[in-house]
Design a protein around this ligand. Structure first.
Ligand SMILES: [Zn+2]
Length: 278
């Protein structure tokens, strides 16, 4: 027990208490137990203890939604933690306010195209990540970033024309549900994979490097193997999503998807609210 406690204190001092708490896997444990291992937290009582929870800052970064015609639309899409998926759609009018073309190697070279773009903060972290991989003698290639609602419509429309709506929905994201519309996602490949988006990319040195290091630059592997039921997407070894370094590290260390991260954030909020809300 003493050993465990000193381990927890050591983790806490090193600033790594976030994952250890949640790897314990017990969401019902009162937050006070985890909070008391925080350095210098002192004596705290009541709901203030929740403020020491590593997930506390993210309560304010959950989706805000409005329902129209049976579709849940996100009304705060500029949120860096925005959760866009088959359940929560971006509105057709949304395009990110600060798209830039990051200075990285692209699979399509110097071509000036929409898909080269990302939001400013994500783009600068993508540059740092690609540069760090280069230091390890690995060249990453950016393949596809921002995808406008209009572009999603073109792709989806072509698929519907070719295969019918039901088949199209299986193969292509319904416009507004692609995370690429957030400007926070980038598909990445390598020369070895012919710059294609392949599951095998995950087994290459480049893919392995990303899996180990992306969180240090604020990126997460968004559609993980074994989490298909949660994400409602097949494993995509190439699709990385920017969420910021702190959130990415929590997600990485707990082996969560973004959906699971927000399930835990919501659980914390319910505890704070008294656990009565549905
Ligand atoms: Zn993608």
């Amino acid at each position: 027990m003493m050993h465990f406690i000193s381990f927890m204190i050591a983790l806490s001092l090193a600033g790594f208490h976030t994952s250890a708490d949640y790897l314990a896997g017990d969401l019902d444990k009162p937050a006070t137990e985890t909070a008391t291992t925080d350095k210098g937290s002192g004596a705290k009582t009541g709901s203030k203890d929740y403020q020491n929870d590593p997930l506390y800052p993210y309560i304010a970064q959950q989706n805000k939604l409005i329902e129209k015609d049976g579709v849940q639309y996100i009304t705060n899409p500029e949120n860096i933690l925005v959760l866009a998926n088959k359940e929560y759609s971006l509105q057709s009018s949304y395009s990110p306010p600060d798209l830039v073309r990051p200075n990285v190697t692209f699979s399509f070279g110097d071509e000036q195209v929409e898909k080269a773009k990302m939001r400013k903060e994500a783009g600068s972290q993508l540059e740092a990540m690609f540069a760090a991989a280069k230091q390890d003698n690995l060249t990453l290639y950016a393949v596809s970033g921002y995808r406008s609602y209009q572009r999603q419509q073109e792709v989806f429309g072509a698929e519907v024309a070719a295969k019918g709506e039901a088949k199209a929905k299986e193969a292509v994201a319904v416009p507004g549900t692609s995370e690429h519309q957030t400007g926070l996602a980038m598909d990445i490949s390598s020369r070895d994979q012919g710059f294609n988006l392949t599951e095998a990319f995950g087994e290459t040195p480049e893919g392995q490097w990303l899996q180990k290091n992306a969180h240090n630059y604020g990126f997460i592997l968004r559609y993980m193997k074994g989490k298909e039921a949660v994400t409602q997407y097949q494993y995509e070894s190439w699709h990385y999503r920017y969420v910021g370094k702190d959130a990415a590290t929590i997600i990485y260390e707990n082996d969560w998807t973004l959906e699971e991260f927000f399930q835990h954030v919501q659980a914390l909020q319910k505890k704070i609210d008294g656990g009565t809300a549905k």
